[in-house]
Design a protein around this ligand. Structure first.
Ligand code: GFB
Length: 311
């Protein structure tokens, strides 16, 4: 049964993040009232504050895009932030939403919720069938807990809470910090800076062999809005269908876009993380949604944004 967005009050929790900002852009094209709370006005880790805010602002649909996120190194370095902050944010919002009778809530998982050595492409049923990748276990556990909490509210209290598992995302608004960021933003910046400085080599963490599937963030936002309207299942649903490349191929593509002629040096003492995480996108594609931006076009748009905004 479709969820009619028209006239609804929709809260994008985490509207300043990469995904939240893309959701804001996407939902501005819909006849909805958008709600947002700045960090200074609402700390999502404080349960009472979240409950008061939800009671006062009366959202009818919520997308939980708020999260403590980061790349492989940040995940490993800040386990408490990744586990505690994410548990608190998601739990507080789900509970407040349940108490206030919010019509629909969407929890965002992450491809790292699936086992490290999951069979590829990874189907939704693979969840919790084998051990996690250690470098991102903290984030993965918090995301799994939120997905299961949504499922439990659905079972026990009949709440219309759904979970979506997006593949690796990138795009404008990404975190370009070299230590904290994900691979696309970090490598884009490293290669750009090496070119500016005339350096003939760029360091890449790990072997370059891991494979990642990437979806452009504006496509992801479009997919999330599509699912918000059309998906009401108890099971999580993968938001995927992007392009899969090895980190080595990704570096080559970025060098081409940035027009960098230097070499890459692989720091093989750094962790690779999951060897591969290609999500099975059959469920969403059968519903009629596929991403539309090629990896090359998405990287070029991201590089334009980086060059204009960050330099
Ligand atoms: O994007 P990324 O940090 O996270 O790393 P994950 C992807 C791959 O790129 C890993 C390699 O094999 C990294 O070792 N890599 C190479 C680099 N050079 C770099 C670099 O300069 N910076 C970064 N960041 N990586 C994340 C999880 O896993 O995926 C999160 O840690 C979340 O929890 C996210 O689930 C979607 O794809 O490995």
């Amino acid at each position: 049964m479709a969820f009619e967005l028209k006239g609804r009050r929709v809260w994008i929790a985490g509207h300043r993040g990469m995904v939240g900002a893309a959701l804001l852009r996407r939902l501005q094209r819909e006849p909805v009232t958008l709600l947002a709370a700045d960090r200074a006005a609402l700390d999502l880790r404080r349960q009472a504050d979240v409950e008061t805010w939800v009671e006062k602002n009366k959202p009818e649909a919520i997308i939980i895009a708020a999260a403590k996120v980061g790349g492989i190194k940040a995940n490993d370095a800040y386990p408490v932030d990744f586990l505690y902050d994410n548990l608190a944010i998601q739990t507080n919002i789900l509970r407040a939403a349940a108490e206030q009778g919010v019509a629909r809530v969407m929890v965002l998982g992450s491809s790292c919720v699936y086992p490290k050595l999951a069979e590829q492409p990874i189907k939704e049923e693979t969840l919790l069938t084998a051990p996690l990748e250690p470098t991102n276990q903290w984030y993965a556990l918090a995301k799994i807990a939120a997905m299961k909490l949504a499922e439990s509210y659905r079972r026990q209290h009949g709440r219309d809470f759904v979970s979506v598992v997006p593949t690796n995302l990138y795009g404008p608004g990404d975190n370009f910090d070299l230590e904290q960021g994900h691979v696309i933003s970090a490598l884009m910046r490293k290669i750009h800076e090496a070119k500016q400085a005339g350096r003939d080599a760029v360091e890449i963490w790990g072997t370059g062999n891991p494979k990642r599937e990437f979806v452009f963030v504006d496509d992801a936002a479009d997919g999330l809005v599509f699912l918000l309207q059309n998906y009401a299942g108890e099971d999580p649903i993968n938001l995927a269908g992007g392009e899969e490349v090895s980190i080595r191929e990704l570096a080559g593509l970025l060098a081409e876009i940035i027009n960098y002629q230097g070499r890459f040096e692989y720091l093989t003492d750094r962790p690779d993380g999951m060897p591969r995480k290609l999500l099975d996108s059959q469920r969403i594609s059968k519903m009629g949604w596929v991403p539309s931006t090629s990896l090359r076009d998405g990287l070029m748009a991201t590089y334009r944004w980086f060059a204009q905004t960050r330099l």
